[in-house]
Ligand binder design. Sequence first.
Ligand SMILES: Nc1ncnc2c1ncn2[C@@H]1O[C@H](COP(=O)(O)OP(=O)(O)OP(=O)(O)O)[C@@H](O)[C@H]1O
Ligand SMILES: [Cu+]
Length: 860
Amino acid sequence: MPIDTQPAPAASLGLSAAEAARRLQAEGFNELPQAGARSIVRLIADVLQEPMLLLLLAGAGIYLALGDLAEALLLGVFASASVAITIVQEARTERVLEALRDLSSPRALVIRDGERSRIAGREVVRGDVIVLAEGDRVAADAVLRQCDDLLTDESLLTGESVPVRKRPAADAAIDVAATAGGDDQPFVFSGSLVVRGGGIAEVIATGPRTAIGRIGQSVSTLETETPRLRQQTRRLVMAFAIGGGIVVAITVVLYALYRGGWLEGILAGIALGMSMLPEEFPVVLTVFLAMGAWRISQARVLTRRAAAIESLGAATVLCTDKTGTLTQNRMMVARLVRPDGEGLHPAGATPEAVTAAFRDLVATAVLACDPQSHDPMERALQALDTEAIVGATLQRRYGLRPDLLAMTNVWSRDGATVVAAKGAPEAIATLCGLGGAALEALQARVETLAAEGLRVLGVAEASWRDEALPDTQQGFTYSFCGLVGFADPLRPEVADAVAQCRSAGIRIIMITGDYPATAAAIARQAGLDPERVITGAELSALDDETLAQAARRPTAFARIMPEQKLRIVSALKADGEIVAMTGDGVNDAPSLKAAHIGIAMGGRGTDVAREAAAIVLLDDDFGSIVKAVQLGRRIYDNLRKAMSFILAVHFPIAGLALLPLVTGLPLLLGPVHIAFLEMIIDPVCSLVFEAETEESDIMRRPPRDPQEPLLPRPLVLWGALQGILAMGVTGAVLLLASRAGMPADEIRALVFFVLVSVIVSLIFVNRSFSSSLRDALLRPNRVLLLVIGFVIAVLATSLTLPAATALFRFGPLHADDLMLTAGAAIATLIVLELSKFPLRAALTRRAARPDQVKAASPAR
Ligand SMILES: Nc1ncnc2c1ncn2[C@@H]1O[C@H](COP(=O)(O)OP(=O)(O)OP(=O)(O)O)[C@@H](O)[C@H]1O
Ligand SMILES: [Cu+]
């Protein structure tokens, strides 16, 4: 597709920064009113479905009926707190999402004060001059002043998926109404996509005044929660709820029949129900994932779909592109080679570095560049010759095409026509009609340069006398001018990151559009040690099975067209891999969507790629992907630790609620105590796990089996074991104390203290799957210290503040009681830590996936 360029009209200066600021002030941000914020009624309806809240309200009602005003009030406070927390959390999540939305919302390239600058789409104002390029999401409604072969997709507005062609507006005054759809209109619309070409347009409407704003549709939506994890927690909650419901029903009936009256029975049932309700599970899930997205953003990685956090930890294959991700994308001209074979290493990036014999080669290469290029390769060339285009006018450009990786510019200067081309050496050789010995000599030179990891371009020129230019580049008769080799150094952190992936059982596959020998050299420098480089042409000849087979060995793919990435992803997926894939161009969107984890580049990436991706790298850095994988694994681990902790603590709480009922002892823990444990102590303690640092083997173990449930059986059993032991310890204290004839209010205080201390022990036990007690005590975790401080403060208050003591019906505790408390907690801790040794195999085997280990090891 040749790209026509009309001679550019004097480039508009655009708005001044001051005028833009004034308009922003007057007309507001270029954004749509928040869709999706939940209405108050919905929110209340949702909150009222929380079983915990219902139990609290029922408990308060019964206390009122019994005349216990203070207790009723306290439960009322808890109930309001639960509503408040839900609302605050809702607002928080909404805010976090909004911040993420801002970052992932389209950006715009505007011209202000004559300078091009990239700003957030929301800061675009009416009158701004915006520059559109392939892959952009148009930020506002605008009228085109200039365009090259511009096609946009307006399906969002019209439902019509065929892209429409655009024409620049004939004159400054627009009298036609701007409506979407139909070819040859001079307007582009907010939310539509530039499918091909580019242009310059002046904004006529922003925010709610745009066509899409009038429809009131939102462009990008963000998923907030991973369906799989949600489903899994729902399953856990259901299992608990059913079991709990049965026990509660039996209890209420038995209690009512054999002990006090119905009111007492129901109160006991409510306490028991609250003690068994795993309402912490969904809360922990939401909090951990939101915090997780935040933690990952600290590594300069943006999570667009929460599901990615989960899949990150399970990734087995990472497909990465080369330029800009593994390398710095800072191109330097490292070598110039003339057709006669003479070469030059330009020393420095200034015209002085080029000797006379190479000036023509460089000048032709510069003529073959976009005069206002952002491409680092072209800028490197332009730095070597600032004079080449002086006095020349660009007549026409022929763009790079997948089937011919070369571009040609046609200039007129002093009445003559100058034709300059550059591109992949194979493409240039074809254009020059090289064959035989000349072709072989060229190939040999390209191989030499490429083997050093240089990106090689061929340069050619042609002359033209006719009036009409040919339709394609093949219409010219070129002569070969030479080769240019560009050095693009590896990013410094790549080698380390690659080594980490390796030990973590993640294979890295490089996929690049570059020349095979260059790809191989860079892959080797990065430590990928490819055994084989498969080119796009070879790829088309392979069937899916052979492809998957080949990809099991360390491989690099070169001269791949973006469309072929989708095939590679599909083949890997069919082979049972969990695939992460990077991409930045328009054509990468399908493969980014198809991969389990699509990774877009925030810096280089087009809006389309970013919208298709699950995560966005803010600084395009390969190292960040590995950091994100590590965080993904850690977040998942911590979620599991928190879940087994919560599972464990429900045993002693429920046990204490139940024990008096079956043993005939006085009712010790009422709804007040249980609500306090369930709503304050447990959730606060769970926070420790969110901040837990990673296991030492986090990047030395193979990826988790994606099919494995959130809490696999060994962890459920482990949690249950902890819970039963904790229940035994608190139960034993209770029985001992009542045998010794302690008054009921003192037993109540003692048992409550023991329970809370044992819960704290369980935090320590669950901090790590495997590490020793020493580690569990010494591993730094600031949140842990805060939580322990908080728990101690709460316990001290409950014992010393008369109002609290009365409310909880606590009797005084003596030194020996406190020592018994500490002893019980320490004993629990030691027994559980010791039992980690025999259980270690089962606990840490959690991640291993036998077939993966097998598949991963021989390849190393
Ligand atoms: N501006 C340009 N001028 C001439 N040829 C170019 C230009 N840009 C790219 N090419 C040619 O097209 C080939 C493919 O380029 P492309 O940009 O598609 O690679 P890529 O897929 O971005 O590479 P990577 O995977 O390393 O990022 C290059 O190897 C080069 O030969
Ligand atoms: Cu609970």
